[in-house]
Ligand binder design. Structure first.
Ligand code: ADP
Ligand code: GLC
Length: 489
């Protein structure tokens, strides 16, 4: 199967969140299954083309935009340690910037940038003579490609047998665009924009809706989220569209690329460790504490709870800010944070780090090495999300023997099972109601297990032996792709 994956983020080249990890791991797994994937993404100004071995090709693509054409050069490289080709689309006016979506405020021309990219994907395929069976688009940034496929490109021989699959990673970001701009750039024109058309939502253009309506098949990143988003609480206003397309909507659980996220081979760690080697895991914790100025006279036995997260409302930060200072002042645990995001949260965490230098370790910023180290060094990983389409970090944490404390929502419900003292099954602590009491109760259960052997070893063994591999996830996508192809042929 020829699979063209188009994404605004692909790790390690450009990453804002889990989308980048998924866009990088799926193609590698598909290639292992004997499929033929390529990846297409924008050439952002910050991508280190030398480091990753990208080469400028002599290909210039011509991309129709509205009533005019724009030009872009193609760069070619590979996903790291693989033979999966990656094409970078160079259009410096749009992409030679420091951010993916903004820096830090959302760019005003994201409609134009991503409509261009969604169309350039097809011109890239033609230019490199890759006739796709599947165009796999991800989130609102590439959603227009589903409309381009059905409206223009399916009519060309080259794409006549191509099916479109659209994966929703997060309904909270929909791409609301001004119709007179978006309908112009996309070439569809205002005649296609009327109340109830697939381009219209609440008098605006909504890219997410376009992806949902035009795709042959729609997936989202966990079975639970696939169910949740049929109801208003989680649908971000798109429940009607999602229910209309319900027969073509499936949840495919995200997977972990264990060649990268595995404490036995992870060079970022202070010390590597395998299943059951908890004494080495403990050394990772002590190294981390030492590096952060905690000395042997301080209570080194306190549990270390960490977070690696975008600091947005989605991630349930309000629950944490409401009580964290109290927990720290009571000496319940130590807390480590690595994150970027809204200033109301970063200000709070910076304050905590300043006030409790021995108990709260706050890193505001993006740091891949530190993220791996935190998974290795911590006892618990906190993720009290309001909603969570899937979440990768709870799965990473478990592989590192770090026990997740999560709110049961979306993919967290599919991946974290409460530890059961009777059966010794389960590998995390969970709560459901979004309130401070239930959240606190789950933390207290967690700390109580931390102090009880053999439960503490049991739960960590359970966590480390879970298998959420991206190979499984990739196989599920191949089934969806076959199903999509049957629909168009
Ligand atoms: P989301 O995509 O909603 O942010 P996920 O759990 O799916 O959540 O994926 C988040 C990804 O981003 C993980 O790979 C995580 O390690 C990474 N990440 C998040 N914040 C940071 C940060 N500040 N520094 C390094 N990595 C981060
Ligand atoms: C989104 C979601 C997250 C998911 C990720 C990758 O950013 O917030 O839950 O894991 O996409 O699919």
């Amino acid at each position: 199967m020829n699979i063209l994956l188009a994404s605004s983020e692909v790790a390690p080249f450009a990453k804002a969140g889990g989308l980048a990890d998924i866009a990088a791991s799926l193609p590698i797994e598909w290639a292992k299954y004997g499929q033929n994937p390529i990846v297409v993404m924008p050439k952002y100004g910050f991508i280190d083309t030398d480091k990753y071995g990208f080469k400028l090709t002599d290909i210039t693509i011509v991309v129709p935009m509205g009533y005019w054409h724009e030009y872009a050069r193609l760069w070619e490289g590979y996903l790291p340690n693989s033979t999966v080709p990656v094409y970078l689309i160079e259009h410096n006016i749009y992409f030679d910037r420091n951010g993916i979506y903004g820096d830090p405020i959302e760019y005003g021309d994201n409609d134009r940038r991503f409509i261009f990219f969604s169309r350039a994907v097809f011109e890239t395929a033609k230019a490199v003579n890759f006739r796709p069976d599947i165009i796999h688009a991800h989130d609102f940034h590439t959603a227009f490609s589903m409309a381009f496929l059905k409206s223009y490109y399916n009519q060309e021989w080259f794409f006549s047998e191509t099916a479109g699959v659209y994966t929703i990673h997060n309904l909270a970001y929909q791409g609301w665009f001004n119709p007179s701009n978006a309908m112009l750039y996309s070439g569809f024109g205002m005649s296609q924009f009327y109340q109830g058309s697939w381009f219209e939502k609440n008098t605006s253009v909504n890219a997410m809706k376009i992806g949902i309506m035009f795709a042959d098949k729609i997936t989202t990143v966990s079975p639970t989220y696939a169910k949740e988003i049929r109801y208003p609480y989680y649908s971000e206003g798109l429940q009607d569209e999602l229910n209309l397309r319900g027969a073509d909507l499936v949840g495919v659980l995200n997977g972990v690329y264990y060649d990268e996220w595995n404490p036995a081979i992870d060079d970022n760690l202070y010390l590597k460790y395998s299943d059951g080697q908890f004494e080495i895991k403990q050394k990772n914790k002590l190294e981390f504490l030492k590096e952060h100025g905690v000395s042997a006279e301080d209570n080194l036995d306190l549990p270390l709870i960490s977070m690696v997260s975008r600091l947005t409302e989605q991630k349930g930060i309000d629950l944490i800010t409401s009580k964290l200072e109290y927990y720290l002042s009571e000496g319940m645990f130590r807390f480590a944070l690595l994150g970027t995001g809204e200033s109301r949260y970063t200000d709070f965490f910076r304050y905590l780090g300043w006030k409790y230098p021995n108990l709260a370790f706050v890193n505001i910023g993006y740091d891949n090495t530190l993220s791996h180290r935190l998974f290795g060094a911590s006892d618990f990983f906190l993720m009290p999300s309001r909603f969570e389409p899937c979440g990768l970090t709870q799965m990473y944490a478990m592989k590192y023997g770090t026990i997740p404390i999560v709110r049961i929502a979306g993919g967290l419900a599919d991946t974290v099972e409460e530890y059961n003292l009777e059966t010794n099954k389960g590998s995390g602590f969970t709560f459901w109601q979004y309130n401070a009491e239930d959240f606190e109760a789950s933390i207290k259960r967690a700390i109580s297990i931390y102090n009880q052997q053999p439960h503490w070893d049991n739960i960590r063994n359970n966590a480390m032996s879970n298998n959420f591999s991206s190979a499984k996830s990739a196989l599920e996508y191949l089934k969806v792709f076959k199903w999509a192809i049957e629909k168009v042929r």
